[in-house]
Design a protein around this ligand. Sequence first.
Ligand code: HEM
Length: 278
Amino acid sequence: MQWIIKYLTSSIGKKQIMGCSGAFLALFILVHMCGNLQLLNFDQSAAQASYNAYTEFLTSFNPLHFPVKLIYLMELGMVAAFGLHIGLGVLLKLENKKARGAVGYEVNARKGNKSFATFTMIWTGLIILGFGIQHLANLKFGAHYLYQNAAGEIVRDMWLTTIDMFANPVWTVFYLVAMLVIGIHLFHAISSAFQTLGLAHQKWTPVIEVIGIAYSIVIAIGFAVEAAFSCYIAHQPETEALRAKSHELQQQLEQKKAAPEAKTSFVVPSVGIISTNV
Ligand code: HEM
């Protein structure tokens, strides 16, 4: 037990936990960016259908019928990873600052070798935290629209919530700047995590550095394109018309959801049982 405490309170232990939690978050944002590619569709109603099907799948996925949906476990893991990553990052920064006080000259002299990304890690990290709070407040806990899919089910219209936010150019510009910051953070984070986890190698380290750079560019550009495209789609006449009548449509869907029409079944000899709404 004592070795765990020793490990968790050591500088290398904290850095390794930061590396693991950071790797988990970096994988999550790659999957998230790929899933959001469904926003990139000039056919507004097809984008709405596929994006809503995707978010509905994510939120209801539970193939083994666990008492708890998988999304909740994933969210718990993410909160833990974010908490550890940010908490330990701030702690290490404060410890470093304290150590610098004692041997100020020696530690400051090393600053010259640091890249811009390394030097700004704590600040880019804190900006990402601010972005994350805005992101969840506006999308996850933001305007709640309903949508009736092709199967007649009424689900959350995550597409409309997303497009609604990007219709505001201020949020779009905020996202573009935030993606630049995320790119800068990841730029250094990936190769640094490999080093901290002891995976440095004369031959492979330069390759890992290139992969890290490519990864951060793909993530930042991928999300930035999704944000800019969503802003463009939000201002197309069909989307504006849909948003204009969304209030009325929402009332209808809410009524429908509250009082689903009774279903009746009848038999067509050559086809079998057919269900219909009456
Ligand atoms: C164009 C950029 C982005 C778009 C359009 C977007 C879209 C969304 C949407 C629609 C949700 C809500 C999903 C749901 O509740 O069903 C969401 C959740 C989330 N997003 Fe993003 N996102 C973007 C960028 C990012 C970035 C850069 C990060 C990370 C730094 C991020 C992290 C998250 C997290 C942690 C959640 C909560 C997931 C959950 O609780 O299930 N997103 N995003």
